[in-house]
Design a protein around this ligand. Sequence first.
Ligand code: HEC
Length: 122
Amino acid sequence: MSQLKTFIIMLLLITPTGAASAKEDEERIAFNNHCRMCHSIRPNDNRLGPTMYGIFGAQAGRVAGYGGYSGGLSGLVWDELTLDRFIADPASVSSSTNMIFPPVKDAEERKKIIRFIRSLAK
Ligand code: HEC
């Protein structure tokens, strides 16, 4: 019985909370699975990669305070198309980007991630 209790508490701890709809949760989970290890969603919180807060619609390579840019992204604007191409195959967007990660092969998964990023309005 106490083992079951521990299990339930653990489950509550790892389950995303809040009143978000199942769809929003799916989008957040997709982002968490593929991107969160390097990208925060909070303003001014740059990690290995720059924060994704406000990145949708923004010029590439301009997040204030982030010092890790390769310089290979300049000239791009992050919209559905450029984001989709970038996370499907970063090298197809820039041969010199230093975002080295396992590309997201599944188009549906990419859509979820992009919808999530889009929701992080500035
Ligand atoms: C292993 C770490 C890592 C992972 C995982 C990762 N990124 Fe990145 N990301 C980076 C780095 C480093 C850069 C800077 C790239 C450059 O300057 O060439 C970057 C840059 C970006 C940029 C451009 C930001 C800007 O200011 O122009 C976007 C957009 C982006 N990543 C989205 C994503 C998304 C979406 C995912 C998940 C599908 C993801 N990244 C996964 C490390 C990562």
